[in-house]
Design a protein around this ligand. Sequence first.
Ligand SMILES: NC(=O)c1ccc[n+]([C@@H]2O[C@H](COP(=O)([O-])OP(=O)(O)OC[C@H]3O[C@@H](n4cnc5c(N)ncnc54)[C@H](O)[C@@H]3O)[C@@H](O)[C@H]2O)c1
Length: 435
Amino acid sequence: MSHLDNTPSTPGKFKMEKSPYVHNRLRWHSSLAKLTCWSFMFLGLILIFFFRSPSSNPLPQDPSRRSLRTYNWGGPVWEKRVRSSARIRSRNGNGISVLVTGAAGFVGTHVSAALKRRGDGVLGLDNFNDYYDPSLKRARQALLERSGVFIVEGDINDSGLLRKLLEVVAFTHVMHLAAQAGVRYAMENPASYVHSNIAGFVSLLEICKSANPQPAIVWASSSSVYGLNTKVPFSERDTTDQPASLYAATKKAGEEIAHTYNHIYGLSLTGLRFFTVYGPWGRPDMAYFFFTRDILKGKSISIFEAANHGTVARDFTYIDDIVKGCLGALDTAEKSTGSGGKKKGPAQLRVYNLGNTSPVPVSDLVSILERLLKVNAKRSIMKLPRNGDVQFTHANISLAQRELGYKPETDLQTGLKKFVRWYLSYYSGGKKAAG
Ligand SMILES: NC(=O)c1ccc[n+]([C@@H]2O[C@H](COP(=O)([O-])OP(=O)(O)OC[C@H]3O[C@@H](n4cnc5c(N)ncnc54)[C@H](O)[C@@H]3O)[C@@H](O)[C@H]2O)c1
């Protein structure tokens, strides 16, 4: 307390020696103290503003904020790249020009590459989110760039960007694969499913319906829409009103939303229900991928079994078969009938299963991986948690066979061999950390 007792209550009451030197020094000291005090206050305010400002958080927890991220797009150089990537190169007048959303994703990369190979125009769009290792998405982007496919970095919720893209290029088709995938992640981050699978889909359809000409749209639904209590094999005629996860519910909502836009605006829409797709450049959040990683690391892997030791099985479908199904859907898609937001007549609305038709128990998948990797897995058997996964999937593909010429050709053993070869070379014998 003593130093406070010596301090005058007001500066004017401070008695001092009359020496000019002391006087000047005291004045100088007091100004310096004031300046320091104000500087600290100013700095404090800046810090408070900085730490309380939501935009200062580099990884926002709310995924819907991803749409607020600003991406660089626009300008003559950018437009030139967009046009060049989307230009049809060959195919004797049958070429199509496709906007592929989710092009840096697993399926999107393969579909884009296949379209480009046969001479179609392809432009990618992806927001490169960090649901799984974005460096894998960047590596896929580099792969596509080498074959002449440009991926625009942006969100499907950015209607300004979508409008611009459809102004710059008169796309004949949109292959819509951008989505929040994965069943279990929905319990961690439910908003990301609403953001990408519902709001994003509506945002895309809104822009497509107003375009002139309207493109035909093929989009990825999922086998998850079959949900609980559907009898196998799953057929497109089965009801899909008991989704087992939020992911499934958003995919189901997508199918209903598609119906609405087809009905009101004459958009041609085809939904593809993919069944557990696997292969090179796959997704690190999927079992075949992280089992491979964990077996190689000597970590134990959890294999689920249903009640009463029931087998959990999946209709694993190889990526090349899925790509053929996607191309078949694009090639048979009829034109949308509306223009500029007005329907001119009824338009095509379709849904197909794209599966392999031979479900394999997950424990068999592990045995195949053990043989290919020449490492024994440390298996730990666990009860299938009730958080969105179903016990069994099995596709009836006769509709896709008849109408799209879809015919899966790769069995799990052959497909996994190709995946493992890619995995080992990509991660250079485990030097790079996977996923
Ligand atoms: N792989 C499978 O086994 C499987 C099974 C059933 C359905 N599907 C569906 O197929 C589609 C493709 O799946 P995938 O396995 O390639 O998944 P993926 O996660 O590898 O690809 C999706 C891509 O979309 C992008 N994306 C997500 N939200 C976006 C947004 N709002 N704006 C722009 N880009 C966005 C992501 O960055 C990602 O690159 C998805 O619709 C998925 O639900 C996949």
